[in-house]
Design a protein around this ligand. Structure first.
Ligand SMILES: C[S@@+](CC[C@H](N)C(=O)[O-])C[C@H]1O[C@@H](n2cnc3c(N)ncnc32)[C@H](O)[C@@H]1O
Length: 289
């Protein structure tokens, strides 16, 4: 007779089976997400959907194909703010946009855009720098429900106070309210800010580079990934960026220790702003040359 397994070990097996089902049945690969936060979200899904165990959740996932959308939504954590970490947006405004101004066309890739608050913040920054007309923002996420809401650009009015303060701290000189209309308990960002934004599905784990970017912004996504997946994703960003292009990460994320670090210099390390080197690190063949 084998000895009984501690609950924590049983849970680990159940989470592994859940992750395997998600990958084999639907192609979503969470095998390299950081285990602690992934397990928390799987437990939460189990409670929200009134399943008695993670195994019951897995059975439902396997047998009810339309359940996968709710599972992805539950695993996705689309929490965001407009001008979140305002000093980072100020650094973008003051240190990056003036240099991007030398390009005739500016491509921005915002990966992990959640409900779009950062995308509209970027559109406002570009507009205030006089660059929006020649910019295009590709806003991507793997959560279709989040992308739909991002495209709508409608948010609870109660969030606008904090976002207005963020905007001013980020160096904004107008009132944030000049960029939205308020109705009942909601605000809606103006249509003109959406004009040069493409919202599209992209999975950082399984999809490849899809645009040649001058700025890549991916904040508060890598924290959910294991170190090898972070390294792979950072290499994807490097390969998407033109030489001299900029990379912006979340404040709890960094390039330190990643192999791709050799290809970047820090513009403002405290705000996690980096620039791809104009030349390949010495001794390396430059495939893009
Ligand atoms: C915490 S939100 C970050 C939102 C915003 N960037 C910010 O910092 O305010 C994380 C987002 O990453 C997305 N995400 C997680 N894993 C992803 C993946 N493999 N590919 C694309 N997006 C992913 C989630 O759907 C979620 O919308």
């Amino acid at each position: 007779m084998s000895t009984p397994l501690p609950d924590i070990e049983l849970e680990r097996i159940e989470v592994d089976l859940f992750v395997s089902a998600l990958k084999r049945r639907y192609g979503f690969d969470f095998s390299q997400y950081a285990p602690a936060s992934l397990t928390r979200r799987v437990r939460q899904l189990m409670h929200v959907h009134h399943c008695d165990s993670i195994s019951a959740l897995t059975a439902r996932l396997l047998h009810k194909a339309d359940f996968v959308t709710q599972v992805i939504e539950g695993l996705s954590v689309p929490v965001s703010e407009m001008f979140r970490d305002p000093l980072m947006f100020r650094a973008l405004r003051e240190q990056v946009l003036p240099l991007l101004a030398s390009y005739p066309r500016i491509n921005v890739w915002q990966a992990g855009c959640a409900y779009g608050q950062e995308v509209y913040s970027l559109a406002i920054l570009l507009e205030e720098a006089g660059l929006y007309e020649r910019s295009h923002i590709f806003a991507t996420d793997f959560n279709p429900a989040a992308l739909k809401r991002a495209h709508e650009g409608i948010y609870p009015a109660k969030d606008a106070q904090l976002w207005s303060r963020n905007y001013i701290e980020a160096g904004g000189s107008q009132s944030l309210s000049s960029y939205y209309s308020a109705r009942y308990d909601f605000i809606r960002l103006h249509e003109r800010l959406r004009k040069n934004i493409t919202f599209t599905n992209h999975n950082l784990v399984t999809d490849k580079v899809f645009c040649e970017a001058h700025l890549v912004l991916c904040r508060n996504v890598l924290i959910y990934f294991s170190n090898p997946l972070q390294d792979r994703t950072l290499a994807l960003f490097r390969d998407s960026l033109v030489r001299g292009g900029y990379l912006c990460l979340g404040l709890r994320e960094s390039l330190d220790f990643a192999p791709a670090a050799a290809d970047f210099t820090a513009v403002d390390a405290s705000q996690r702003l980096y620039r791809r080197k104009l030349q390949a690190p010495s001794g390396e063949h430059d495939a893009s040359a």
